[in-house]
Design a protein around this ligand. Structure first.
Ligand code: SF4
Ligand code: SF4
Length: 407
């Protein structure tokens, strides 16, 4: 076969046969990113590489519009970090422009009842993952792999089930936020959770598959689907005022924001883990870990946690991890993202000229780090909404923020 196989049952992407010229580029991309042949793990890199637009995400946005038009439902959207630095591509902005305020306004104009930031869910993940990392180090159960990329988790389960024990038990930020919307948010606002439709807006097509495992998130739409919604509804994106996220599960910390780039989950977890271990703020270099920033396929460092040193590895693309598998025991903590550069390079991002993709990804990465630099709160444990959520809810109720990957 010359091209990637897209099964009818695939919930993440589809092929428009009339547009396919059988060039084989999708298959080459798949092999170089994932190291496997014709066994889709849903990363969607083939979509970004297809020269004719024959591969597209499976569109779910019409279902969202139907719920918005039905007054029986409260429709809540939450926005992943990488969307805000890519949406401008479709509206004539320079690549990487940080458009959070206009994005929130566009979502309110579309008619969502509440607009939250998935950086809240990312902060929650960091809190849980930092505790888990510390426990695993004490109990000598390292290395620990991050678990927020569903394509990576699926790959690991399929091809290296012996390593499932090394996967963090944390749900992904989107799955955690979905759970918090159906529990914490529903209870605080006294809304019957059956009436809530939770919509995750993300750069990632793989989250459409992840949602089938964690159904507290009802629908997943991509950046490219949001662009279609804005255009179909005739919203003048460029002339929108800036708005802010709604409170309760609103904006997260800088640590939550940098989840959108390769190395970000690692850097933000270390900021919080350092604080949890030493009861003091991490040193300045934890706020600019150059060794693990940028788009290289493998980045590594030894980090001084004061009580001990940690060897960390950051991998982009599962094909990279595959090459280094014999060495993984050398590491204490390993981040893996299936897409080059992390989620800013996800398969649900707007299409751009393929020969400019690396340059555009770099601009998105710089834009995310630039906003982190400007934020007052850069650590998940300092986010007041996270503190409130633990104090008034998570510590008192049985909220499922972890999962059993074997299941
Ligand atoms: S890259 Fe696009 S056009 Fe080329 S074979 Fe794949 S689906 Fe068809
Ligand atoms: S790296 Fe991000 S965008 Fe790509 S598959 Fe993983 S979670 Fe999705």
């Amino acid at each position: 076969m010359n091209r990637v196989e897209v099964k009818e049952s695939n919930v993440c992407l589809k092929r428009i046969e009339e547009k396919c010229i059988n060039c084989g580029i999708c298959l080459k991309t798949c092999k170089s990113t994932n190291n496997i042949e014709n066994d889709c793990i849903n990363c969607g890199q083939c979509i970004l590489s297809c020269p004719t637009g024959a591969l597209i995400p499976k569109y779910d946005y019409r279902q969202v519009l139907n719920y918005i038009n039905d007054t029986n439902f409260i429709v809540v959207v939450f926005v992943a970090p990488a969307v805000r630095v890519a949406i401008g591509d479709a509206f004539g902005y320079e690549p990487g422009e940080f458009l959070e305020g206009k994005l929130v306004s566009a979502l309110k104009k579309i008619g969502f009842d509440f607009v939250f930031d998935t950086t809240f869910g990312a902060d929650l993940t960091i809190m849980e993952e930092s505790h888990e990392l510390i426990d695993r180090i004490k109990n000598k159960q390292t290395p620990m792999f991050t678990s927020c990329c569903p394509s990576w988790v699926l790959y690991l389960k399929k091809y290296h089930p012996d390593l499932i024990k090394n996967l963090s038990s944390c749900k992904s930020p989107i799955a955690m936020q979905g759970t918090m919307i159906k529990s914490y948010f529903a209870d605080m606002y006294n809304i019957n959770k059956e009436k809530i439709i939770s919509v995750s807006l993300t750069p990632c097509i793989s989250k459409k598959y992840e949602r089938t495992l964690y159904p507290d998130t009802d629908i997943v739409i991509t950046t490219s689907e949001l662009i279609l919604m804005v255009k179909e509804l005739g919203i003048d994106f460029k002339n929108l005022e800036n708005s802010e996220f709604d409170k309760l599960l609103g904006k997260g910390s800088g640590g939550g924001l940098i989840f959108g780039v390769s190395g970000g989950v690692m850097e933000s977890t270390l900021r919080t883990a350092y604080y949890m271990i030493n009861k003091e703020k991490a040193p300045d270099n934890f706020y600019n870990l150059q060794e693990i920033r940028g788009e290289k396929d493998i980045k590594e460092a030894i980090v001084d946690m004061k009580e001990f040193k940690l060897k960390i590895g950051v991998f982009s693309k599962v094909s990279t991890v595959e090459k280094y598998l014999s060495r993984i025991k050398e590491y204490d903590f390993i981040e893996v993202m299936s897409c080059p550069g992390g989620c800013i390079g996800g398969g649900g991002q707007p299409l751009v000229a393929i020969n400019n993709l690396t340059n555009i990804r770099e601009k998105r990465i710089n834009s995310i780090y630039n906003d982190d630099r400007g934020l007052k709160i850069k650590e998940s444990y300092m986010n007041p909404e996270i503190r409130d959520a633990y104090d008034c809810y998570i510590n008192k109720k049985n909220v499922e923020l972890h999962t059993n990957h074997k299941n």
